[in-house]
Design a protein around this ligand. Structure first.
Ligand code: ADP
Length: 347
């Protein structure tokens, strides 16, 4: 580790990710430790690009700009992040940073800008402290990213990423995510995610607030058990290739996530009427055509439609003819599954 000097700079893009088995709830009294293991696919086309420059030496400080403009509402989360990581990156204590970032999708809407954003920032910081390294220490990147936003630790890997200890995944940890080892069945290569933008506005309850409501939730213990079991089953499914079983777990996980929100104290809803209309249309379409597609939801109203690329024409015809009517301004964003952070150089 070196102490980066004034003027040193690093720029990375980092993908968002979509959880197949959801992280919702933290272990009480611990720092960003998940109550159950989760698994996700990264979304290579939905990403944050961040540049960090060492502006000055002296005391720690930072300025943050999003799309070229100051964004004070993002600063509290960043302050907390830096406080939590300071002992792991002590060089930060004597520098001030300029952080310039942009997301290529709306933030605060359930497409995990927090994951891509904090992931990109963690890449830049590890890059700055190890400028001569051939590759980043991905375990450290994932560890730091987790301290900014739990799900961010899963955005580092092209293969499915598992965060949280599980007997089903060797080397899994509560402290950082790991890439699923071994082969994944060909039925799960080449999938895509079409995110149907039901509502591009920021959610009424942030994910941070949502997680905290799990600490006195009447169904929390049962949910954590079911999620752990679902993770083990899904890992086997990804190896063995049973798409029908994959769909059952993924859709059930999405509905359980929102059921936990709806039964929190106080309760709240992030789904909108059009979220439900899309889910019902997907079920009808699948029953009629037998095509391998399913929905999932993050903590937001927008619907992620997952499908095999080879069926893209049929699925997109369905989206255009039946689902656009439920999307805000007919808007959707498609992404390939997979992809990892990329260093951006000026050459
Ligand atoms: P989302 O579904 O977009 O992840 P959250 O409410 O969970 O919604 O997270 C949004 C928060 O993530 C923002 O309020 C901000 O604090 C943080 N965030 C989003 N984009 C970035 C970025 N590019 N850089 C740093 N932090 C970001």
């Amino acid at each position: 580790m070196v102490n980066p000097s004034v003027g040193a700079t690093s720029q990375w893009s980092c993908p968002s990710n979509i959880a197949l088995v959801k992280y919702w709830g933290k272990k009480i009294g611990e720092q960003q430790i998940p109550a159950n293991p989760s698994i996700s696919w990264s979304l290579s086309d939905l990403k944050t690009t961040t540049r960090v420059t060492i502006k000055d030496s002296g005391n720690f400080g930072f300025e943050f700009v999003l799309d070229g403009k100051a964004k004070p509402s993002f600063e509290p989360k960043l302050h907390e992040f830096f406080q939590r990581i300071m002992s792991y990156c002590p060089w930060l204590e004597s520098v001030s940073l300029r952080i310039e970032s942009s997301n290529n999708f709306p933030h605060g809407t359930g497409i995990a800008s927090s994951a891509a954003g904090l992931g990109a920032l963690a890449c830049c910081l590890v890059d700055l402290e190890t400028p001569m390294a051939e590759s980043l220490d991905w375990q450290k990147v994932s560890f730091l990213a987790r301290l900014g936003s739990g799900s961010a630790c899963r955005s580092m890997f092209s293969k499915p990423a598992v965060w949280g200890e599980s007997t089903a995944v060797e080397g899994s940890s509560d402290l950082y995510a790991v890439e699923m080892q071994g082969s994944i069945h060909s039925s799960f290569s080449n999938w895509e995610d079409c995110v149907l933008i039901v509502d591009a506005g920021e959610k009424v309850v942030s994910s941070t607030q949502g997680h905290s409501l799990l600490s006195n939730h009447p169904y929390a213990a049962a949910r954590f058990e079911v999620a752990s079991a679902n993770l083990s089953t899904l890992v086997s499914i990804l190896r063995e290739g049973n798409v029908a079983e994959f769909i059952k777990i993924v859709e059930s996980e999405a509905l359980q996530l929102h059921a936990m929100m709806q039964t929190s104290i106080p309760y709240y809803l992030l789904m909108r009427p059009n979220t439900l209309a899309i889910i019902e249309a997907v079920w009808k379409f699948r029953a009629e055509t037998g095509l391998p597609l399913c929905f999932t939801l993050d903590a937001g109203a927008n619907v992620h439609l997952l499908y095999k690329c080879e069926k893209k024409v049929d699925v997109m015809n369905f989206v255009e003819s039946h689902l656009l009517t439920y999307c805000e301004s007919g808007r959707y964003l498609c992404s390939s599954i997979g992809g990892a952070p990329i260093r951006i150089t000026n050459e």
